[in-house]
Write a protein that binds this ligand. Structure first.
Ligand code: AMP
Ligand code: MG
Length: 356
């Protein structure tokens, strides 16, 4: 299949390009498009055979449900059974935006889209290209991240091309995304709302709007093995995820000791002939020794967590491209957006973290 790639300016959208993309979607094909979180791989959410194509293109396990993307409340009402009062407050406060809400599904949503669940995940994205595409196609669009399953999520169109070129009909290139990690997921079908995946919309932001919110304990620690009572409630969170090809380990502790530990490991592994990547921050990058076989990058500034979330997956992909064998990284405060950042980093590292 030839994958058509078109550039779209979010502030001056060429409607002909949107029309071309919408046509592919209406014919049951796949189009990747930018959202404010990561790039999504879209197909008609209500067409079981269209969403089946997504699973195939990504190599995604079939029990890992897709998020349905909408552009108005009429579409929400079509796919959900009931809308709790508190969910209305959340939609008013955070949509369009990086918050996915779990509802009980209506009969029009095929089990092929929800991974066999009676619930459906719904989000109204804040990217204007995404919204135009949903509106123009007049479809509810299932769109997981547009990467091969298990790889770091795509934050540019080039990342999508790397993974899915030749497997999907079209990629809309709207430039690099603003947030860089996937949406917050909150389950509103339970008595007490529960965060199933941390993201840009934090627990305290949700609690300001609807009061007490629980957080799925499994998302902060190792999990996923069969029979474990730490099984995450968002099926997708149990898979090895966001992972670079290298062996990745995180170090926490005071900045000086962490840098000392990482430098000594980098020296040892590189002298054994391995290529080493180091994830530093703007505040610490000068503590590390760059060389031909040790590549040091800053993930962003500790005083600007958005800069960190925006760079996170790109750095992991860049290390893959450089064929790095070992990655040693600093850890970050796990409050607010930092909680989502550490959730992704720990998953990418297979929960290898050492206190120094
Ligand atoms: P992605 O779109 O690639 O970010 O993946 C979607 C995430 O949403 C996965 O972690 C899914 O497990 C989760 N998800 C989607 N639908 C549901 C649902 N009905 N209940 C719980 N989690 C869901
Ligand atoms: Mg994903």
């Amino acid at each position: 299949m030839n994958t058509v790639i078109r550039t779209v300016d979010e502030n001056n959208i060429d409607i002909n390009v949107i029309d071309e993309a919408a046509k592919f979607l209406r014919e049951g094909n796949m189009v990747a498009f930018p959202t404010e979180t990561v790039y999504g791989l879209g197909a008609d959410a209500l067409d079981e055979s269209a969403s089946a194509k997504i699973y195939q293109a990504k190599g995604r396990p079939s029990d890992n449900p897709l998020i349905a993307h909408v552009c108005n409340m009429r579409q929400v009402e079509r796919i959900v059974k009931d809308i709790p009062e508190a969910a209305i407050k959340l939609m008013k406060a955070f949509w369009p935006g990086p918050l996915t809400i779990i509802f009980n599904k209506s009969d029009v949503v095929p089990y092929g889209t929800t991974g066999g669940l009676d619930t459906v995940a719904v989000r109204m994205p804040a990217n204007k290209i995404a919204l135009k595409l949903i509106e123009y196609s007049d479809l509810i669009i299932a769109a997981p991240s547009a990467n091969t399953s298990g790889r770091p999520s795509p934050t540019t169109a080039a990342h999508v091309k790397e993974d899915l070129d030749g497997r999907i009909s079209m990629i809309l290139d709207g430039g690099a995304v603003g947030i860089g990690i996937e949406s917050t997921i909150v389950d509103m079908t339970t008595e007490v709302p529960m965060i199933l995946r941390p993201g840009y919309v934090t627990r305290s932001m949700l609690e300001k709007v609807i009061g007490h919110v629980e957080i799925d304990k499994a998302i902060l620690g190792p999990s996923g093995d069969a029979g474990s009572d730490m099984k995450p409630k968002a099926p997708g969170m149990k898979y090895k995820h966001y992972a670079p090809k290298a062996d990745f380990k995180i170090f926490e502790g005071d900045s000086h000791s962490v840098a000392q530990k990482i430098n000594s490991l980098a020296e040892r592994y590189s002298s054994d002939g391995f290529k080493v990547g180091i994830i530093a921050s703007d505040e610490s990058i000068m503590r590390y020794e760059n060389s031909d076989v040790v590549s040091v990058v800053s993930i962003g500034s500790r005083s600007d967590e958005l800069s960190i979330s925006r760079n996170l997956y790109k750095i992991l992909r860049d290390f893959d491209a450089e064929k790095v064998d070992y990655i040693f990284g600093e850890s970050f405060e796990s409050q607010e957006l930092g909680q989502a950042i550490m959730n992704r980093l720990l998953k990418a590292a297979g929960y290898q973290i050492e206190h120094v």
